[in-house]
Design a protein around this ligand. Sequence first.
Ligand code: GDP
Ligand code: IMO
Ligand code: MG
Length: 429
Amino acid sequence: MANIVVIGIQWGDEGKGKIVDLLTPDADVVARFQGGPNAGHTLVIGNKKTVLHLVPSGILHHNTLCLIGNGTVVAPETIVEEMDALMQAGIPVTDRLRISDRCQLILPYHRSLDAAREKARGKARIGTTGRGIGPAYEDKTARRGIRLIDLTSNDLNAKICESLGWANFLLTEYFKTDAVRRADVDTVLDLARERLLPLIADVSLLLQERHKAGDSMLFEGAQGTMLDVDFGTYPFVTSSNTVSGAAMAGLGIGPAMIDEVLGICKAYTTRVGAGPFPTELYNAEGMNHSAGRHLAERGQEFGATTGRPRRTGWFDAVVVRHAVRVAGVTGMAVTKLDVLDGLSDVNLCVAYERNGERLQSIPADAGILDECVPVYETLPGWSENTFGLTDMAQLPNNAKALLARIEEVCACPVKMLSTGPDREHICWL
Ligand code: GDP
Ligand code: IMO
Ligand code: MG
């Protein structure tokens, strides 16, 4: 198999975990390259559901090496809990999981800062996952972050004093809230020392060796292009680059090691958290279009990390075209087609209109995107059941027509079609 970057090309939760898991039998290595425990990747095998936040989605396959790259921010408590749950389920982890020594740690004060900032923003809050992602990446860029390798350094105390000192200054003086105790930070550092240091590796070197040996690799993205810190709906985004380009900087590899970019999108759109969403139909704040409610209910649209209800809406080809371009997507996997079963009509947004002008691409300003009105094409729906189908030939003609139109308006081929949460629910094109 070629080396494939798998990324989300909407607002996250497209089904990346499921697709990575089902491609893993053909891969020797699966590597995460950005994001952190804000991610929630769901794998369903038979009646067993596994949600992964930091451990790569290849972990259920016993012969696969799973790597966490330097671009990722790691919360020691979360990953240790995840490792323990996997091991309790009989999955060997420590032999097959390696974490970059250059990974930044998420420490308790990052979560406190995340919460304090969201509270201070009030109505303008981003709706983060509260996992401390933004503050951890801020510390990284400000060069006061704590990396896994720092746990072996004589300077660790000075580094913690700087990082915690800054956080506590902000918490107490600016946000007027409680400081984080050094003892609580030390507890987490002790856990990381005990459980994570034995797993550290130079991930870039490992990948180079494996590449030379002819191994095939999956690079697993988190979030989605519309949450990318540069190309998403800034400032309603996450704090990392989520596009395919981030795989290189987040692992220490060059472009020649990447053969394909597989973009995952739902056959409709969802978003958790605040920010513009032009094709939105349904949300917990009272928007209640019946098709949107159908998508939320049938799609069981609740966040895998926070349990929050997801906002739902029609498929937005302007969003997906944008992602196909900025991330160089070479093929798409369309997921959750089954959720559209039973809708009499299905809308596809092909462009936007704003002040009488037509827009074909995503404007840089989130305020402008918020004013965009979708231009829809309406296609006939289907009453047949597509749940669990594994053969394209069995799809209703209207579903085939929808997929053909999605390929056309997004200018990208559909390579896989997912028809249910289970690993087996897949049509290969
Ligand atoms: P990720 O973050 O991109 O890995 O996606 P999540 O796991 O957060 O959310 C996707 C949800 O949809 C999970 O509950 C999956 O089990 C489920 N899912 C994935 N593909 C399909 C599909 O084709 N049909 C249905 N009905 N559910 C799916
Ligand atoms: P996966 O990998 C969906 C969203 C949050 C919020 C914004 C910023 O499962 O697709 P953050 O905590 O990152 O600072 O929050 O990004 N968000 C996600 N939405 N899926 C995710 O990950 C997300 N990770 C972050 O809801 O709007
Ligand atoms: Mg998710």
